[in-house]
Ligand binder design. Structure first.
Ligand code: ADP
Ligand code: ZN
Length: 437
């Protein structure tokens, strides 16, 4: 049932004491780095001042900007000879940031990954295919070490080349997969083009999907297409990568491993904690990292803690599905819009295919939100009236959700450009327009 019963079901008050002990150790360790040394000395902060976990609120935040300004070694808390690996983020929203690990960190991360996979129901009898870029991106090696620690037969497949992926699945009888959700719709199309049905022609039973925002609708589509259970996996390179928070088989939120991370949810404007159960920005502190501890790191990810306890018996808090980053939100005609709101609407429409793209443009001096949507292959037959009806329907549904009317364009399957890694859902061309003027 559990990978580490002792830690996963630890009573909350004991978990809190463990956190305090580890927080003090972390602060002591962090002070060895040039960045925290200078900052904490200037502010007169020391580990002894921390008498309870809540006292963390007196410490300053750490931001992505800090990581960039002190690139590459400013956060290193150990001599370079003790470091055995570095990873960097995919740079979706700017320059990459780098994280360093010593032997302890890599081992502790592998353990958290194994714990996470076990919690989602992966077992050592599984044949696990990791469809994910190996290299600086943490999803490759992060999963690899976890799968091996758990004891599955691992297939380090890497990303892309769907025909090869399908061949691997069939040759070795793959039962479990990790992939980004936006890739799986495309993979399914390749199955279909080959005249194959993954439900019948493979042994797949369990997917781990994550690394990018997606909706409940997207999960359900993936589960239906492949005849599997799909579990949400959340992580970010600054907090190792995958293995931060994972769904258990209840599929009722993502358990965040509180013996390894201290979490806070704050209002990104006031920086004050939000009331229990409300949405805000996730702020995280590493509790078990030696080479590069981070304290009160602002992830910019928007989520909330789901109140109550989980039926699985784990005592670690559950995060709600991450709806996106605070900087994903865009404003059009005065309305605040998150791309996932649009995805939620689109994927409820059965005729809609797997991809969509939101473009923001200034047309005749007015901001417009253009939503291009692929429709399913078997539905696209050139009947203009039918397309028109569908496009009107989607337009109304989106307007009801985000309170501003989009321009909806239905397009053929496969016509929206695919990115190599995480899906790009929004193109904001308004910035360039104003530069031209
Ligand atoms: P980058 O910041 O360049 O994308 P990372 O690979 O570190 O690099 O990406 C981590 C980010 O990916 C998270 O902060 C979050 O915004 C997003 N993310 C990861 N997993 C999920 C998930 N399961 N649901 C939603 N967003 C996710
Ligand atoms: Zn649970």
């Amino acid at each position: 049932m559990y990978w580490e019963r002792e830690f996963e079901t630890l009573e909350r008050n004991k978990l809190r004491s463990l956190q305090l002990e580890r927080l003090k150790r972390t602060v002591k360790q962090a002070i060895q780095s040039p960045f925290y040394k200078e900052l904490y000395q200037r502010k007169g902060i020391s580990a002894d001042r921390l008498r309870h976990v809540e006292a963390i609120r007196e410490l300053p935040f750490t931001t992505k900007q800090d990581l960039r300004e002190h690139f590459p070694y400013g956060f290193l808390s150990l001599p370079k000879r003790d470091i055995i690996r570095l990873h960097s983020s995919s740079g979706t929203t700017g320059n990459p940031t780098v994280i360093f690990h010593n032997r302890h960190d890599i081992s502790s991360w592998a353990n958290l990954m194994a714990r996470s996979l076990y919690c989602a129901g992966v077992r050592d009898t599984d044949v696990f295919q990791n469809i994910c870029g190996y290299g600086l991106f943490t999803g490759g090696l992060g999963f690899q070490y976890g799968i091996e620690r758990l004891g599955c037969l691992s297939i380090p497949a890497g990303a892309g080349n769907s025909l090869r992926q399908i061949k691997l699945m069939q040759d070795y009888g793959t039962t479990a997969i990790h992939a980004i959700p936006s890739y799986l719709g495309r993979l399914y199309e390749v199955f279909q083009a080959e005249g194959l049905d993954p439900r019948k022609d493979t042994d797949l039973r369990l997917f781990v999907i994550g690394a990018e925002p997606h909706t409940e609708e997207q999960r359900q589509r993936i589960e239906d297409m492949f005849g599997v259970k799909a579990y949400n996996s959340f992580g970010l390179s600054e907090m190792n990568g995958p293995g931060v928070a994972f769904e258990c088989t209840e599929q009722a939120g993502l358990h965040i491993w509180e013996d390894a991370f201290l979490i806070e949810i704050i209002d990104p404007e006031t920086l004050e904690p939000v009331p229990d159960g409300e949405f805000g920005e996730l702020v995280m502190t590493t509790l078990d990292r030696e080479a590069m501890p981070l304290i009160r790191y602002r992830t910019r990810d928007i989520t909330r803690i789901i109140p109550g306890v989980c039926a699985c018996g784990r005592t670690h808090a559950r995060l709600d599905r991450i709806t996106g980053r605070s900087d994903d939100m865009f404003i059009v005609k005065g309305c605040n819009v998150f791309p996932m709101q649009i995805e939620g609407v689109l994927l409820k429409v059965p005729e809609v295919g797997s991809d969509y793209l939101i473009t923001l443009e200034r047309i005749n001096g007015v901001d417009e939100m253009i939503v291009e949507v692929e429709v399913k292959k078997d539905w696209f037959n050139g009947d203009i009236a039918r397309l028109d009806r569908l496009s009107k329907f989607i337009t109304h549904q989106i307007r009801d959700e985000v309170l501003t009317k989009p321009i909806v364009r239905l397009v053929e399957p496969g016509s929206i450009p695919k990115s190599a890694g995480k899906a790009v859902r929004v193109l904001d061309k308004r910035v360039f327009d104003s530069v031209k003027l």
